[in-house]
Design a protein around this ligand. Structure first.
Ligand SMILES: [Zn+2]
Length: 99
């Protein structure tokens, strides 16, 4: 009788743990999807978040930095108007001849 109660508690604990793990993975997937979604990579972000958790969020966030500044080669979010590193305006072409 006592053993059964212990087993039931163990199974219950396992179920609760599994529930929270799965719930956590789902929440992670949602957050990863939200991060990736800003760059039309929501699905990939969701996968990263689901399988890697917070590490996947970082990966999803870094997906943003796939564009390089033509002036300083620093990674910047795609679609940026101004470089985060050197502050130069991307509207100005780097190959423009000096006036
Ligand atoms: Zn730059």
């Amino acid at each position: 009788m006592e053993q059964n109660a212990a087993d039931a508690a163990a199974v219950g604990g396992l179920a609760i743990t599994a529930f929270f793990c799965f719930g956590g993975a789902l929440v992670s997937a949602l957050i990863g999807g939200l991060i990736g979604n800003r760059r039309d990579r929501g699905i990939l972000g969701m996968f990263l978040g689901f399988f890697l958790g917070p590490i996947g969020w970082i990966g999803a966030a870094f997906l943003d930095y796939s564009y390089r500044c033509p002036f300083c080669q620093g990674g910047v979010p795609k679609g940026s108007k101004v470089c985060l590193h050197c502050g130069r305006d991307f509207a100005t072409k780097p190959t423009e001849p000096p006036a």
